[in-house]
Design a protein around this ligand. Structure first.
Ligand code: CP
Ligand code: NVA
Length: 297
């Protein structure tokens, strides 16, 4: 059985806590020559800056070799099946970091693989981002326990929201999801299993006095055809100075990036003292190290 990381729904609470603890250790250490001789592939079907670079760098900092695979150069792009490709990758690699346009594809890849697969974003989840962001929240608030913080996610019920909901449910976080009704289906379904998590659609009341306000793009990669209608439907869900001023005195603003400035967030919020977006981006490196160490160990 390989140690894959496909979904935060599947991972045990103890393994999640173990990874979070290891991020801190690796952030202090910066490198660890523990996995030399191993090769970790990176297969990306969608664009990426942060996730790709942080994983490539993390793999080499752990002593392993990062092998970026251009999907258009493989037989996958000429119709070879996912299952056959997965079997072949298992012969040559020790692990694979995979960003895909379809969650069912990564599940199938994993089912046919004898090496661990890491989900580097699918249309349904972005687990490595949320592990990193939870680490950033804990790091920022230092002595205040995670479950004592009021955390609000605003926006689309997308891959970021879904992974957040699974992690929040598992870790007993005090979290609310504020989303237009038309777009809340996926999060509503996940929350059936976590009755303590809340869902709402009134941003002003939801943002009142929260410690963390987090948002993501209204139109995720692959949904560009819906962009025009989404701009209209999400108009009242922008994080601007008025909304930020409605959060508590010591609150922080978070975004996984890239941001669509002027849509889900204004430039002044991104630049404000409360914004910890670059801490989030930096911590993706140490998170990638902890995740690769976890799957290879
Ligand atoms: N946050 C994130 O996953 O960014 P990239 O798409 O640049 O990897
Ligand atoms: N929800 C966004 C996240 C990007 C990191 C997307 O899927 O495009």
């Amino acid at each position: 059985m390989s140690n894959s990381l496909i979904s935060l729904k599947e991972i045990s609470k103890s393994n999640l806590v173990k990874i979070l603890g290891n991020i801190k250790k690796l952030k202090n250490k910066k490198s660890l020559d523990k996995h030399s001789g191993k090769t970790v592939g990176l297969l990306f079907e969608k664009f990426s800056t942060r996730t790709r670079l942080s994983f490539e760098s993390a793999i080499s900092k752990l002593g392993a070799y990062p092998l970026f695979i251009n999907k258009d150069d493989t037989q996958l792009s000429r119709g070879e099946s996912i299952s056959e490709t997965s079997r072949m990758f298992s012969l040559y690699l020790d692990a694979l970091v995979f960003r895909t346009d379809s969650h069912s594809k990564i599940v199938k890849f994993d089912e046919n693989s004898s090496i661990p697969i890491v989900n580097a974003l699918s249309d349904f989840e972005h687990p490595t981002q949320i592990i990193s962001d939870i680490f950033t929240i804990v790091e920022h608030f230092k002595t205040k326990p995670l479950n004592k913080l009021k955390i609000l996610y605003v926006g689309d019920s997308n891959n970021i929201a879904n992974s957040f909901a699974f992690a929040a449910g598992k870790l007993g976080m005090n979290m609310e999801f504020c989303c237009p009704k038309k777009y809340n289906k996926s999060i509503k379904k996940i929350l059936l299993n976590y009755p303590k998590l809340k869902i709402s659609n009134d941003l002003l009341s939801a943002s009142n006095n929260v410690d963390v306000i987090y948002t993501d793009v209204w139109t995720s990669m692959g949904m560009e055809k819906e962009n025009k209608i989404r701009l209209k439907d999400f108009k009242k869900y922008q994080i601007n100075k008025d909304i930020l001023n409605n959060t508590n005195k010591n609150s922080v603003f978070m975004h996984c990036l890239p941001a669509h400035v002027g849509e889900e967030v204004t430039q002044d919020v991104l630049n404000s003292k409360k914004s910890i977006i670059y801490k989030q981006a930096e911590n993706k490196l140490y998170t990638a190290m902890a995740i690769i160490d976890y799957v290879l160990s």
